[in-house]
Ligand binder design. Structure first.
Ligand code: FNR
Length: 342
């Protein structure tokens, strides 16, 4: 068995049950979370033969930042439930693998600590009803060296999870969630997620920070186009790991339409959800993604092996991707094309 395949079970032995459940679960009936992995495995390859694959390179760039492989870490909350050093430990592990870290709006570690731990990082943002609060978070992230802003656009409200009994919210310590801005001056209503956003917010985020804006949660070509027309530098095809609208289309199936909609622009398209193997990475890149993100596997790896666990997860996936590249007859990500997929 691959080390990656045993990670969730190993993490479950270490985590309190409500934390494991929170990491694992999808929203409502669990349809989208349940089919994400299989959707990647539904594609088949049309490999090339008699090509020179004696030198394989997995490296690429994401918004100009070089990465050793096209597997990045998705923004997730509650990382201090997985490791006492939370996002700082995640950052150190990502840095050692030469990748990029997405940092949640709800991070439980200060941006300064995360930045100092070494990985290039992008701030994920939920825009709140009170924009001053969002603005403070953006300013803090810029000061700590964030290289991009990732607007999560699929969360006008948080998707309902079917929980019973104790939940992660009963366990989280004060300060281990949203550690970056003092919330005491704000009401619950101020901090609720804005449910009236339009593409104009992309320009606001870009001009407030001077950073490229990536929109996360895009599943349709027409929305992709609206985001790019409004100034987005990148898009993440995502259904939030099946945690928002249950029954939302699998990202493996939504990706081609989004790629096609922004063809001819220099928009970078990324994808997340159910990516668990090098062959899934190969599929995503052949379909036009620049890179992929992994969410839950990084939480399991952080739980089980702290920073070195995260490094191993990413380097194992790069190695599998390199192996799959060799077998599909292509020496590097820049040579992948959709005709390799059927
Ligand atoms: C998430 N995700 C997420 N997304 C986001 O934009 N902001 C956030 O704070 C969080 N928090 C979060 C917590 C947990 C426990 C999970 C599992 C996920 C979604 C995440 O960024 C990503 O879209 C999915 O996790 C990708 O799917 P996989 O790789 O987990 O299958």
């Amino acid at each position: 068995m691959r080390w990656i395949d045993g990670l969730e079970a190993a993490a479950a032995e270490k985590l309190p049950e409500p934390v494991h459940r929170y990491f694992r679960q999808g929203s409502a009936g669990g349809l989208s979370v349940g089919e994400a992995v299989d959707a990647w495995s539904s594609y088949r390859f049309r490999p090339r033969v008699l090509t020179d694959v004696s030198t394989i390179s997995t490296g690429t760039t994401v918004l100009g930042t070089p990465v050793a492989g096209p597997v990045l870490v998705a923004p997730t909350t509650m990382q201090r439930q997985a490791d006492p050093d939370g996002e700082a430990a995640m950052s150190a592990g990502v840095a050692a693998a030469g990748s990029v870290l997405g940092v949640s709006s709800n991070a439980g570690t200060t941006y300064a600590e995360i930045g100092a731990a070494g990985a290039p990082w992008w701030l994920q943002i939920y825009v709140t009803r009170n924009r001053d609060y969002t603005r403070q978070m953006l300013d803090a992230a810029v000061a700590a060296g964030a290289r991009a802003v990732v607007l999560t656009a699929d969360t006008p409200v948080v998707g309902r999870k079917e929980d019973e009994g104790q939940t992660v919210w009963d366990l989280v310590q004060p300060g281990h969630l949203r550690a970056n801005v003092d919330e005491s001056a704000y009401s619950d209503d101020d901090l609720a997620k804005a449910d009236d956003l339009t593409p104009d917010v992309i320009d606001w985020l870009g001009s407030s920070t001077g950073l490229p804006v990536v929109v996360k949660g895009v599943l349709r070509g027409d929305d992709a186009r609206r985001c790019v027309d409004a100034g987005a530098a990148g898009l993440i095809v995502s259904n939030h790991g099946g945690r928002q609208l249950d029954g939302a289309i699998a990202t493996a199936h939504a990706l081609p339409e989004v790629v096609q909609a922004v063809a001819g622009t220099n928009t970078e398209v990324y994808v997340d959800g159910g990516i668990r193997r090098g062959e899934h990475v190969l599929t995503a890149l052949a379909l036009g993604a620049r890179a992929v993100f992994v969410g839950r596997p990084a939480l399991w790896a952080l739980t089980v092996g702290s920073s070195p666990g995260v490094t191993r997860l990413l380097t194992d996936l790069y190695a599998e991707f390199a192996h799959a590249l060799t077998l599909v007859g292509v020496p590097g990500p820049e040579h992948l094309t959709p005709d390799l997929i059927s």
